[in-house]
Design a protein around this ligand. Structure first.
Ligand SMILES: [Fe+2]
Ligand SMILES: [Fe+2]
Length: 199
């Protein structure tokens, strides 16, 4: 009986924590996750930009390796939800959309490979470990909160678009990069639409 207050306090904290985690809509959810997503993204971009300054195609290749992962994560979770009988109205649309986005990112990846983006062992080592981590993080994130998983990836797509546009400004003759930039913007639009469909 002596430890009852401690136990009660723990139960209260656990209940509040669970409520915050699973029902964040009631507690300013958009603001909390948007701040987190922006912060995580900004820090990651800063590190990648620092590590890959002056090595454009290696940076693009790493970004394209990572860019494919969330679409595979979304498809994995949608498959899993389907297996549990939790297929929503938008389910088939989302699965098709994410599959085509993953294919398109693979085309970008192949383009960067033709430009020597995966030439060095260190870049391949870095990207392949990062993508494994990112895939599982996105599986968990999308499972728990699909809107927020879409939100961070929409921001990543916008960043990819800006990255390619910056490169295009210095290399206007490179039509392929301009085309890839447009694809990234299209992916961001598609994710925004996906967000609106499940809201
Ligand atoms: Fe891409
Ligand atoms: Fe993309």
């Amino acid at each position: 009986m002596k430890d009852l207050p401690i136990r009660s306090t723990l139960i209260i904290f656990a209940t509040i924590g669970t409520a915050l985690w699973f029902y964040p809509h009631t507690l300013g959810h958009i603001y909390i996750y948007e701040i987190n997503n922006t912060l995580i993204l900004d820090v990651t971009i800063y590190i990648l930009d620092f590590l890959y300054r002056g090595r454009d195609f290696q940076r693009f290749w790493v970004l394209e390796v990572i860019a494919r992962a969330p679409y595979f994560s979304f498809i994995s979770v949608l498959h899993f939800r389907e297996s549990l009988g939790l297929r929503g109205e938008e389910h088939i649309y989302l699965m098709k959309e994410h599959f085509y986005q993953a294919l398109n990112e693979t085309e970008h990846l192949e383009e960067m490979e033709t430009r020597g983006g995966n030439e060095y062992w260190i870049d391949r080592f870095f990207a392949k470990h990062l993508v494994l981590l990112y895939y599982w993080i996105m599986v968990a994130y999308y499972f728990i909160s699909p809107i927020d998983a879409y939100d961070i990836n929409m921001k990543i797509e916008k960043h990819a678009y800006e990255t390619y546009v910056k490169y295009s400004a210095y290399h206007p003759e490179d039509a392929k990069i301009a085309e890839i930039a447009n694809d990234e913007l299209e992916h961001a639009r598609e994710l925004k639409l996906a967000m609106s469909m499940i809201t």
